[in-house]
Design a protein around this ligand. Structure first.
Ligand code: TMP
Length: 203
């Protein structure tokens, strides 16, 4: 049996990726592809508990990084790997690239330490396709201002968002086969078209 494909969605907060995930799920189901939607941090019962802590409690940046990977280990063992092994597609709202962007770029945790955790927790697993929802930081901040109950990350300042956007763009440059940059600063229909076009490249 063929393995399922692993698709990840990434980007700064406020880039609007979540609503496009729904469209991708519907599109894949129309193609008669078995697919599950999941997210990080989270995706499992334990992971969702860790998500609550991660999004709302202040903590040391390295503690935060370790908890992200603890949640991820559980997510891979319980959800991602069994699904891919059965030939099911997995669409995840964020994965390890977010740790490079937010904890290395944003919080300035050592890149090398994150690499160690990645090679420990998932030495083999890589996304088949990563959609990076990109938009200028000023616009993402404007969108976030409309959110009345921002989480810990959404309250960060412009320089934090600029650093993490640059890390994402560097990752996209370093992994041109896996990454597709989606311009999130255009009409929602055009974003949706670009997303589906990117998905078709791995079918
Ligand atoms: P979401 O708002 O896109 O669901 O993501 C939750 C927040 O968690 C978002 O602000 C990014 C952050 N995050 C990290 O800081 N590191 C990570 O490894 C992941 C997966 C998410």
């Amino acid at each position: 049996m063929n393995k399922g494909k692993f698709i990840t969605f990434e980007g700064v907060d406020g880039a609007g990726k979540s609503s496009h995930i729904d469209e991708v799920i519907s599109f894949l189901e129309l193609q008669k592809i078995d697919v599950i939607r999941t997210r990080e941090p989270g995706g499992t019962k334990l992971g969702e508990k860790l998500r609550e802590l991660l999004l709302h409690d202040e903590m040391d940046p390295e503690t935060e990084t370790l908890l992200m990977f603890a949640a991820r280990k559980q997510h891979i063992a319980e959800i991602i790997k069994p699904a891919l092994d059965k030939g099911v597609f997995v669409v995840s709202d964020r994965f390890t690239d977010a740790t490079y962007a937010y904890q290395y770029g944003g919080k300035q945790v050592s890149y090398a330490k994150i690499e160690v955790l990645e090679s420990w927790v998932h030495p083999e697993l890589k996304a088949d396709l990563t959609l990076l929802f990109d938009l200028p930081v000023e616009i993402s901040i404007e969108r976030l201002k409309k959110n009345r109950s921002p989480d810990k990350f959404e309250k960060e300042d412009e320089s934090f968002f600029n650093r993490l956007r640059n890390v994402y763009l560097d990752l996209a440059r370093q992994n041109p086969k896996r990454y597709k940059i989606i311009n999130a600063n255009q009409a929602i229909e055009s974003v949706a078209q670009d997303v589906i076009k990117a998905i078709k490249t791995i079918l």
